[in-house]
Ligand binder design. Structure first.
Ligand code: FBP
Ligand code: MG
Ligand code: MG
Length: 329
């Protein structure tokens, strides 16, 4: 019987004697450990009453209401990252960069808790991370180290806390899926070099916003809904969890497309998702799995950020469908 490779072994082999890779490996290990702490809280469900409560009156740095678990998750991640070579942490829940290790050679950006609206519904939520190299002498201020196109990432991934706690990770050499084995307590490699099918008949979008979208997006959806008899010539299915990590994992498993377009509501002129700690890591993972990610037309990884918490319209998943959406624009 073959023995599944643990995350620890995978990272040790990948890093070898390369100090830069060892730094990344230590950082991903810390994030995975923090994830287990978060998964543990999430699994207590209604026993941890209060985790879905809105904290105070101030929204988070991105302008959304901040839930208790958003803040607890950030604290767990920050604590675990303290002994790692992470110089700064950018987080959805903190307006400014959080300084960690003054000797650090990496910057990490996180969405500590993705899918906050699902916290109290026993539906998967998750954690998203992005890792970039950091060299204090190369930047006049630490913010500049984060304000780089997504192509500067050396590693990215997400954890999803669902029926299984999974880690989907890339180090720039394909996308790998690890599963937390409750029997041994380890993350085990379950799927290597995942490939998102290029074609799909399944889309994920919050359709309740259709009246707010721009014309190309409305036309795209109308053509999907027209099914076999319409210009797309096929019947579509819809799936929308409302936690991007869970929608993404479905797409890594069987293909599909996730869409959060810009719309006319106040605060949605650049969509809903955050560029640096949501779109960049997802785009890196998706491209490494032979999928595509755009803001509708432009490749996400080429976009130059101008603000830590900026939002971006996001389309990712099966390559041919992402291209089909671009053709509507
Ligand atoms: O509530 P909506 O408009 O359907 O948006 C859902 C989307 O917002 C998000 O919850 C945004 O992430 P946060 O929960 O980290 O703010 C995505 O995970 C999800 O796909
Ligand atoms: Mg999120
Ligand atoms: Mg969040």
């Amino acid at each position: 019987m073959s023995v599944a490779v643990s995350l620890k072994t995978y990272l040790t082999d990948w890093a070898g004697s390369d100090a830069s890779r060892q730094a990344v490996a230590a950082t991903v290990t810390a994030i995975a450990e923090a994830g287990l702490g978060i998964a543990d809280l999430v699994a207590r469900g209604p026993l941890e009453e209060g985790l879905a409560n809105i904290r105070g009156v101030d929204p988070n740095a991105g302008g959304d209401a901040q839930k208790e678990l958003d803040v607890v998750a950030e604290e767990l991640i920050r604590e675990k990252l303290l002994p790692t070579p992470t110089a700064f942490l950018a987080s959805e829940e903190s307006e400014e960069l959080i300084p960690l290790n003054p000797e650090g050679r990496l910057v990490v950006a996180v969405d500590p808790l993705d899918g906050s609206s699902n916290i109290d519904t026993n539906v998967s939520v998750g954690t998203i991370y992005s890792i970039m190299p950091y060299d204090a002498s190369a930047f006049s201020k630490p913010e500049d180290a984060v304000m780089r196109p997504g192509s500067a990432q050396v590693a990215a991934g997400f954890l999803a806390y669902g029926p299984a706690t999974i880690l989907v990770a890339t180090f720039g050499e394909g996308t790998q899926v690890f599963v937390h084995d409750r029997r041994t307590g380890e993350f085990l490699l379950a799927r290597t070099d995942v490939e998102i099918p290029a074609e799909t008949k399944e889309y994920g979008i919050n359709q309740s916003n259709v009246r707010h979208w721009d014309a190309p997006m409305q036309r795209y959806l109308a053509d999907c809904l027209a099914g076999k008899e319409g210009p797309r010539g096929k019947d579509f299915n819809m799936r929308w969890v409302g936690s991007m990590v869970a929608d993404a994992f479905r797409i890594f498993t069987r293909g599909g497309v996730y869409v959060y377009p810009r719309d006319k509501r106040k605060g949605y002129d650049n969509g809903r998702l955050r560029l640096i700690y949501e779109a960049f890591p997802l785009a890196f993972l998706v491209e490494q799995a032979k999928g595509a990610a755009t803001d509708g037309t432009t490749r996400i990884l080429d976009i130059q950020p101008h603000h830590i918490h900026q939002r971006i319209p996001l389309v990712f998943g099966s390559k041919a469908e992402v291209e089909a959406i671009a053709s509507y624009y």
